[in-house]
Design a protein around this ligand. Sequence first.
Ligand SMILES: [Zn+2]
Length: 156
Amino acid sequence: MYSARPPRLVGQKSSVRQVAKRNRDDLTEKTKLQIAKRAGWLCSFPTCRTPTIGATSDGEGEINIGTAAHICAAAPGGPRYDETMSPEERSSANNGIWMCRDHGKAIDPTDSEFTVERLREWKKPAENESMNGRMDLNNASASTGSTSIPSAARPS
Ligand SMILES: [Zn+2]
């Protein structure tokens, strides 16, 4: 069968994208996953904590409404860009914060009131909460806190 489909146009658009990409220290998919998991897949915005992942309505897949945001921007001119960071630091999980889609957008403007310090303040409790939830650390430390010697073991 003859297909008259024209070749895909790869014009200026894609070359512009490549140029833009070259100077960005983007988070890899693996790193994004790390960031999401560390936050327990919950938005790190203090009053939000929306679960960002769940099953699709047909039960056949997962839907992710979360986004890994850079704390310090991936490229010059971006929000909170820190020129003293190395590309490795900039694209590391430590420089990312897990947000729902809305809050990921909210912290994006370059004139953002959301400073590096503020985002780091959010990231820490979000990760601590997920750790405590997973390990149930509060209960664990309560039960092992006082180990008493059985009275039978004491010399009379
Ligand atoms: Zn949120």
